[in-house]
Design a protein around this ligand. Sequence first.
Ligand code: 13P
Length: 258
Amino acid sequence: MKYVVANWKMNLSVRESIALVRSILRSVQGRKHFPGIVICPSATALAEAHKLVTRTHLALGAQNAGPDRAGAFTGEIGIAQLEDLGCQYAILGHSERRLKFGEDDAVVHDRLTAVLASNLTPILCVGEPMEVRQAEQAEEYVLRQLKQAFANQKLPRGKSFMVAYEPVWAIGSGQPASPEQIVAMHKLIREYLLHELKLPTDHCFVLYGGSVAAKNAYQFLREPEIDGLLVGGASIKANEFAQIIGAACDVIEAQASV
Ligand code: 13P
């Protein structure tokens, strides 16, 4: 299974969001094989997007969640509210949350706790800044983020777990990580999920994010280690995103035919 997850970040009006969902729906029409497609609009557009994706192949996700089902957390969106809006996924620990809003490992841990206790599938983001990669400490850094997030968590059976490797230096820079760098990190992440946490293989998905574009999506998706892509800037351009989904469909069709 391959996934394409769209993180629209803080973009698009409700009207623009509706138009983009419609265009994504059109782009998979007539395809026999397609990836799991998850759309993460701004919270302002979730309700309208939910109406459009109901009974389609698209799933809905939130860009952040929790840190509880409900309660005194001004400005936050509770897990129960996200479920109410039809969300099935929640991005957690995105580097923009960590770096621009001071969400440290403890905050990410608490959000993950809340999501694990719900029906939502977490998409936990991890990834190192450039100076850490240059110091050849990227693997330790990512592993530490994983350990902090998953420390003492109850891991419900039957739940899916997604981890998105998004190196900070690759986000919005036009400079994606190389397939070799991604595959090496994905192996480490998967090893942690399967062997440290003892999660079942078919419930773990490791995605890549950072300057994914139409021109590079296929070379990432054809890697067996890369279960999918978390797409930012290119996901709000209808044509470009349709091409990324097309690349995922091509990879799945090629795999189905061997
Ligand atoms: P870009 O695809 O714009 O680099 O953003 C990646 C990202 O942050 C997705 O969560």
